[in-house]
Design a protein around this ligand. Structure first.
Ligand SMILES: Cc1cc2nc3c(=O)[nH]c(=O)nc-3n(C[C@H](O)[C@H](O)[C@H](O)COP(=O)(O)OP(=O)(O)OC[C@H]3O[C@@H](n4cnc5c(N)ncnc54)[C@H](O)[C@@H]3O)c2cc1C
Length: 411
């Protein structure tokens, strides 16, 4: 908004203070908006997670103005020499190396972000009542919050998306894959398999996959072991238990990876608590925006993790949304047009990302078109991520602006 006082008077409620929500808060507060973040966790530190992010994600952070102050939201580790060394799970054959990514650890340092309130530990209990701009809300409960714009950054199980009902669509479905996840002390890993434990690896197997990624400045090895069942149509795959995380056992996990090589099995034995995490994805919603409520990050396009892009896409969304809402023509009365422009420009890329990420899992689990042909897999992986990593995000903004201009919304 060009008029700073108008922007300051415009309250944006951000539901969910994950990385997507925090970056959106940064972007919109820089555009002058008054921001309220509702985060159900008691503190941002609880949200800590080791993630790797690609060059496009770094670029989006820079564009958001967080380039030189990454420490404002996350601990950034040194650049990994490799994103992954890709190996055959059974015999350890080297298939290919995928180039560098950066590991981040979202941390309590988020408090340093300007205008950022601390997480309040309160659930946003969503009973959204949408009123036209200028109409007074009919409800007056003490905890009823009035905002001009709501951005749902509340992840795959988004209550904001749910509140949009049939107009929005979007269905969460089980992918047929569950994961065992664990953290291993790097010293223990090195004692067990030697210095090669320090290399970030992706081990491939039929319907199985295991990644081992050094995080926390190389002090910890994050291990994820995927087990998939693709025997049913994607829409018929069911995760039986009500909870997405259920207890598992080391024996059961090892049995699933019995045909993997010694290094892999030795690392798996070091995983202390072998819980199973069901991997779900979001069937793309018809709409992200209804009135002055929109979705961002996993709430809009949660996919499978095999492109390492979930957070990067949320950063990109946050930048584009903030740039469009910062345009001088954007006012509380017409902000919906700008939210729709954001949705329109971001939808295709995030959908293609979801599809190619699912296909990435198929490739890593020998179920892609190349099957077990490791030379063909190496060839495909070499430039498979270029379209994601080498993206000019500023073009999204320019294109959205051009469309708004054509529609006569901006001059
Ligand atoms: C195994 C695995 C590995 C992954 N690896 C990578 C990777 O290497 N790189 C990468 O980029 N991505 C990766 N991802 C994906 C990434 O974790 C997500 O895409 C990303 O965290 C989405 O961020 P978000 O802010 O949109 O949502 P979330 O991180 O889910 O944040 C949502 C926030 O909303 C809060 N919340 C929810 N409901 C409410 C409510 N009612 N009221 C208040 N607060 C609420 C939650 O507490 C949470 O803090 C991986 C995912 C998985 C499962």
């Amino acid at each position: 908004m060009g008029d700073t006082s108008q922007a300051q008077d415009t309250v944006v409620a951000i539901v969910g203070g994950g990385l997507g929500g925090v970056c959106t808060a940064v972007g919109l507060s820089r555009a002058g908006y008054t921001i309220h973040v509702f985060e159900k966790a008691a503190s941002f530190a609880e949200l800590g997670a080791g993630l790797s992010i690609g060059p496009n994600s770094m670029r989006a952070l820079e564009l958001l103005g967080l380039g030189s102050i990454f420490e404002a939201i996350a601990k950034i580790s040194e650049l990994n020499p490799l994103w992954f060394r890709v190996l055959d799970g059974r015999d350890g054959t080297h298939v290919t190396d995928l180039p560098s990514n950066v590991n981040i650890h979202f941390s309590s340092l988020v408090k340093k972000v300007e205008n950022m309130q601390t997480a309040n530990g309160a659930y946003a209990r969503l009973a959204i009542e949408r009123r036209e701009h200028g109409q007074n809300p009919s409800r007056s409960e003490p905890d009823f919050f009035v905002a001009s714009v709501v951005v749902g950054c509340d992840g795959i199980k988004s209550v904001v998306r749910e509140s949009l009902g049939e107009q929005c669509g979007g269905r969460v479905r089980y992918t047929g894959t569950y994961m065992y996840r664990g953290l291993i002390n790097m010293d223990d890993a090195v004692a067990a398999i030697g210095e090669r434990a320090r290399i970030s690896t992706q081990r491939m197997g039929f319907d199985r996959q295991m990644s081992a990624i050094p995080i926390d400045g190389g002090k910890t090895l994050s291990v994820t072991a995927y087990v998939s069942d693709r025997s049913r149509d994607p829409d018929l795959r069911e995760w039986g238990p009500t909870s997405w995380i259920v207890p598992g056992s080391t024996e059961e996990m090892l049995a699933s990876f019995e045909d993997f090589g010694e290094d892999a099995k030795t690392l798996l034995k070091l995983v202390k608590k072998a819980d199973k995490w069901a991997l779900h994805e979001l069937v793309p919603p018809e709409r992200w925006t209804v009135g002055r409520v929109t979705l961002l990050g996993d709430a809009a396009h949660a996919g499978q993790p095999f492109n390492g892009q979930g957070v990067g896409q949320a950063f990109e969304d946050a930048y584009v949304l903030a740039e469009l809402l910062a345009l001088p023509e954007c006012t509380p009365a017409n902000v919906e047009r700008f939210l729709l422009a954001y949705e329109d420009i971001r939808k295709d890329r995030s959908r293609v990302q979801q599809v190619t990420s699912r296909e990435g899992g198929e490739i890593f689990q020998y179920c892609g078109p190349m099957g077990r042909d490791r030379a063909a897999i190496a060839r495909v992986l070499r430039d498979r991520f270029d379209w994601l990593w080498m993206y000019d995000l500023t073009m999204d903004v320019e294109l959205a602006k051009a469309k708004l201009k054509l529609a006569g919304v901006i001059v």
